[in-house]
Design a protein around this ligand. Structure first.
Ligand code: FES
Length: 165
């Protein structure tokens, strides 16, 4: 972020909180993943302003922080929706057709993987095994697991959420 770029109040608040959090760690890059986990846990994603603070604190390029965030699917660059739909693409689910579920979810929600709908209600991502392989294929909505999933079930779950918004 350019130094003359203005931070809005929300960014300023995050910046201060992240600075405070960083004090718990030595400024050694071996702590990068742990720090990212904490930020992800607190905000539900890794805000840009946090990425900049982390890079400065650990004295590493911003691109390195960004690279780690995009490498691990548990980290997100955007806030998640109120309902995060996650399609399991682990081996057991993949061979049972979870790719089809992913395509359907993209189509039905009108967003790509890793994105959030404009109204902030839904986000879509993928995961690599949620430990329910016996129920493959599986998708989750927040922490709820739906097993033996079909396109029909996915449609029903999404429609049901929409009907109750
Ligand atoms: S591979 Fe999907 S739950 Fe294990």
């Amino acid at each position: 972020m350019e130094s003359n770029e203005k931070l809005n109040c929300a960014d300023e608040k995050i910046k201060n909180e992240v600075c405070e959090m960083l004090k718990q760690f030595d400024n050694d890059k071996q702590h990068l993943i742990t720090i990212l986990n904490e930020v992800q846990e607190k905000y539900g994603y890794i805000p840009k302003v946090a990425q900049v603070e982390i890079a400065n604190y650990l004295n590493i390029p911003l691109a390195e922080v960004y690279g780690v965030i995009t490498f691990y699917s548990r980290f997100s660059l955007e806030p998640k929706g109120k309902y995060n739909i996650s399609i399991c693409l682990g081996t057991a689910c993949f061979v049972k057709g979870s790719k089809e579920l992913l395509e359907r979810a993209k189509q039905k929600l009108g967003i790509e993987e890793g994105k959030t709908t404009e109204d902030g209600m839904f986000s879509l991502d993928t995961t690599r095994c949620v430990g329910a392989c016996g129920l493959a294929p599986v998708f989750t909505v927040n922490n709820e697991v739906y097993g033996k999933a079909t396109v029909k079930l996915l449609d029903e779950v999404i429609d049901n959420i929409k009907a109750n918004l």
